[in-house]
Design a protein around this ligand. Structure first.
Ligand code: GLC
Length: 586
């Protein structure tokens, strides 16, 4: 099966390698992480090599060539470290060990070695904000062992007028209910901004800062190319006042938006989110990777940062003018603001704001999905999935792909009984679907065999999405045109000079059309036309970008009637419903 898959990839690569002869213009970017294609692997759901129903490292290793053939530069793996798996690896109990169900340290080393062989860089998930309560550091802190007393955020809490113990403040966990948990042994509350078993580290303690830097250096020594850093806005909380008290957070102004007092969205997180020290930590971690390179040589190591925060903070995470920060602050401004009903102008404004606000010398990045959000083909409409892939891959800077987006995978169906995500489990059968992240984490759809070729187990850890028999990698490699083949073409196109370095000129026409050009003078002129709406629109493209009398269709959405290589008249172009197209001036 795998051999057939690879044969088909080779075939596709060969047949699509000839268009326009544009390969002569391929450029190398300054740093490998600039203008790159990042792929997020959720290891638990990617490929199960030992039949236990859970994806693992050897499964990833097997598939690295496939990722390389698609054209990805680097793959970041969601956490693979030892963990009780309450939050599927974001609750780490040993930062220096591999989770046994994912494999061994030898398996990890083999993965890195194979990745180097095929030419894919490996990026690990670094989770600095919290540890599992099963982590040795937490146990030591509970026991007040010297050096560990203040490793976590501990507090006595208060006693109410009925003599009942109460948490130190009204803070709520991102997964619902109080963010404070009583520890019987230490006779104090500890802070957990996520699940009860995810205790928040105390970043105001320099020993914690140092310890987490050791963790980074340890993994850098294994030959990885950088980190995706988790939960930046949560790193610091406002410290206690002189009496040791933490202030309550104010309730949101319009309670009707989030009436449930146990829900995280009920409060304004003035004291638990976005403290300026959190971005300062990003600068320190950037220094660490720069220093590491100075000492040990090799390529530059990348930092990708996860922060659902204000636009201003996202810009600040790039750097503050004095210090550098993240190379890729995930563009969640784009991901969260591009909505199913966004107009062309709204999307253009979102893109232009990012492009115009970035500090000098950094690159943009574009992301529409990850393991915490519904898949974008489900969110933005499956018929427009190629259109958004075209947008992501033809904007300047870095593109981030969540596993399965290249196949246009949709959210799977996960019943209440099958729900395992703590955020889903903390809800109830009537509303878990609004909270659970399981549907976006269903197994990769490799082929039409049992469990989509993901696992030979009787029951994978999450059910496979029901459309896997028709929508899978193998079928898409065999079909004359498919989401995956369009995607592969897009990645190759992105390496061309005009798409790497050409300025973006973008505008909206009416409610539905986004049109933009990418061109380096003296090189290819590409014009991209996206029709967000359900009706065909006739356009004179030359009124916006002068394409002369003929343009070639380089690629277009799957349902388009245009074929790659068709020559069209730009003055009488018809933008088909929900279709994206890349045209090149002939
Ligand atoms: C990040 C992760 C998410 C996890 C949370 C707590 O947001 O992406 O999956 O639940 O951090 O670690």
């Amino acid at each position: 099966m795998i051999a057939t898959l690879i044969m088909h990839i080779c075939h596709v690569l060969l047949t699509t390698a000839t268009f326009l002869g544009l390969y002569t213009n391929i450029v190398r970017s300054k740093e490998w992480w600039d203008g790159a294609n990042y792929y997020q692997i959720y290891p638990r759901s990617f490929q199960d090599s030992n039949g236990d129903g859970i994806g693992d490292l050897n499964g990833v290793t097997e598939k690295l060539q496939y990722l390389k053939d698609i054209g990805f530069t680097a793959a970041w793996l969601s956490p693979i470290f030892k963990s009780p798996m309450v939050d599927f690896g974001y609750d780490i109990s040993d930062f220096y060990a591999i989770q046994p169900e994912y494999g061994t340290m030898e398996d990890f080393k083999a993965l890195v070695a194979r990745a180097k062989q095929v030419g894919i860089r490996i990026i690990l998930d670094f989770v600095p904000n919290h540890t599992s309560d099963e982590c040795e550091w937490f146990v030591k802190s509970v026991n007040r062992e010297p050096g560990y007393e203040d490793f976590y955020v501990w507090n006595n809490g208060t006693v109410d007028s009925n003599g009942k113990r109460q948490p130190p403040s009204n803070w709520i966990s991102a997964f619902r209910y109080s963010a404070w948990e009583w520890n019987e042994q230490r006779q104090q509350y500890y802070l957990h901004q996520f699940a009860i078993k995810q205790a928040d580290l105390n970043f105001r303690n320099p020993l914690v800062v140092a310890k987490m830097k050791e963790v980074m250096s340890y993994w850098l020594d294994t030959g990885i190319s950088g980190f995706r850093i988790d939960s930046i806005p949560f790193l610091f909380e406002k410290g206690p006042d002189k009496n040791g008290n933490f202030p309550d957070e104010p309730v949101i102004d319009d309670v009707s938006v989030c009436p449930d007092p146990n829900d995280w969205c009920h409060l304004n997180h003035t004291y638990t989110q976005d403290q300026p020290e959190s971005i300062e930590m990003v600068y320190q971690w950037r220094e660490l990777v720069e220093q590491y390179r100075k000492e040990k040589g090799g390529e530059s190591r990348v930092l990708l940062t996860e922060a659902y925060t204000t636009f201003e903070n996202l810009m600040l995470s790039y750097g503050d003018g004095q210090r550098n920060g993240s190379m890729v602050p995930f563009n969640f401004y784009f991901m969260t603001n591009v909505k199913n009903d966004s107009s062309a102008q709204e999307i253009v404004d979102i893109i232009e704001r990012w492009m115009q606000s970035m500090p000098a010398g950094v690159s943009a990045n574009w992301v529409l999905g990850n393991h915490d959000n519904p898949r974008y083909s489900t969110r933005l409409g499956v018929q427009r999935a190629d259109l958004f892939a075209i947008l992501l891959q033809t904007l300047p800077g870095n593109a981030v792909t969540y596993y399965g987006e290249e196949l246009c995978m949709e959210d799977g169906e996960v019943t209440w009984e099958q729900t395992v995500d703590p955020q889903g489990c903390n809800a109830d059968p009537s509303n878990y679907q609004n909270y659970s992240r399981d549907p976006a984490r269903t197994p990769y759809q490799w082929d039409a065999s049992k469990n989509a070729g993901f696992s030979t187990a009787d029951r994978p850890w999450l059910p496979v999405a029901s459309n896997y028999r028709t929508n899978n990698a193998l079928a898409q490699l065999r079909a004359p045109k498919s989401h995956l083949q369009i995607f592969m073409k897009l990645i190759r196109l992105r390496k061309l000079r005009s798409l790497q370095d050409g300025p973006l000129k973008i505008k909206a026409i009416g409610n539905d059309i986004i049109i933009y050009s990418r061109e380096i003078s003296g090189d290819d002129l590409f014009v991209i036309v996206l029709n967000l709406g359900g009706t065909p629109q006739s356009l004179n493209i030359n009124e916006h970008f002068n394409m002369g009398s003929q343009a070639e269709v380089i690629t277009s959405s799957l349902q388009s009637a245009y074929h790659d290589g068709d020559i069209v008249d730009p003055k009488k172009y018809v933008a088909e419903p929900y279709v994206g197209v890349i045209l090149a001036k002939v």
